[in-house]
Design a binder for this molecule. Sequence first.
Ligand SMILES: Cc1cc2nc3c(=O)[nH]c(=O)nc-3n(C[C@H](O)[C@H](O)[C@H](O)COP(=O)(O)O)c2cc1C
Length: 419
Amino acid sequence: MSWWPWRQNPWFETVLEAQRRAKKRLPPSVYAALVAGSERGTTPRDNTDAFAELEFAPHVAGHQPERDLSTTVLGIPISLPVLISPTGVQAVDPEGEVAVARAAAARGTIMGLSSFASKPVEQVVDANPNTFYQLYWTGSKEQMIQRMDRARAAGAKALIATLDWSFSVGRDWGSPSIPEKLDLKSMVTFAPEAVRRPGWTLDFLRSGLPDLTAPNLQPPDGAAPTFFGAYYEWMQTEPPSWEDVEWLRKEWGGPFLLKGITRVDDAKRAVDIGVHAISVSNHGGNNLDTTPATIRCLQPIAEAVGSQVEVLLDGGVRRGGDVAKALALGARAVMIGRAYLWGLAANGQTGVENVLDLMRMGLDSAVLGLGHSSISELSPADLWIPPEFTRTLGAPVAAPRPRRRPAASSKGGSSATTA
Ligand SMILES: Cc1cc2nc3c(=O)[nH]c(=O)nc-3n(C[C@H](O)[C@H](O)[C@H](O)COP(=O)(O)O)c2cc1C
């Protein structure tokens, strides 16, 4: 027991408890930035709710005493099939992405680093050599080459290209106002929120205020852009064609993961242009609202391209059981976003380790109950999948079968039966 019996045990037993603590600890607008979502918020809700629609088919005996949860992603061995998804987080924790990278390294997994992150790629790779660097299609090709060169030189092991963003705006519940930089005026505006969250504010005051720039987008001869400056550049950039994506892959030259796929035809195009991995993702439901939950889109995509590329999934993963379900439907591994952000906000690096431990324990419990000795044995037979569950997007629609003409009955009525 702690010397301070009134202190809460910092260990949390589920990700939802971490979220509750994050909500209590963070200033409301910082918390709202993590909740994200867009428009009605339908997609982030479906991302999580859809997992609960899938039901397990556990065995009662014959369980395996030892279970292997390890795998590889793009050639990198990891101790559990859960990666850190890149998120452009600022101001959740003073150590930000470096704390997350350390936690991922301590638990034997891969760190995904956003190019909109608050810490430089060099520091993050130092904290976790198994870092994947994430890029959006933003700026000129020369700028993209310079950013990729920098990430490669830092030691990033793969490139994640996130291409699903289409600049949807507005949330029915309102968007947080985030300052462009922390000058006197914005500090005065933010002060009432900071006062309401003294623990968080003190942590930041001790380690210096966040500068709210995107250091990984800094040109060789200038200052790092602010988050909003970087966003503006992105909005001004012409969207990429498939040829552009192929160009990006060739310029990177190493392992390449295309993130944001929800359609079977896009997955096949990705294979055609030579990507090595895809993530079935809808950006955590932050973009085009009413895109279906990624877990609904996974199985048809995995069946179409799973033998040619590594198929990952992200969106809505909150428990180890969710990981088991995604693997059963064909994912090699999953990436988590909000789950580790809640952990980071609740308890820094230890909080992220706590989340990864929960994922491991929950996955192990599912693999045990399902009677397997390895995650590679998970399959759709481990689940009950409701009839209307799956969404096959972007696959040729089968031609409707011709309707049989109603058979004339002796009474002159018509049968209601159709073929
Ligand atoms: C606050 C926030 C910021 C994000 N920033 C990025 C980003 O910079 N790059 C990216 O590829 N994805 C970004 N994402 C999407 C995540 O990588 C991931 O796809 C998503 O969070 C998965 O859904 P989940 O949060 O339900 O786990 C962000 C998500 C959130 C919640």
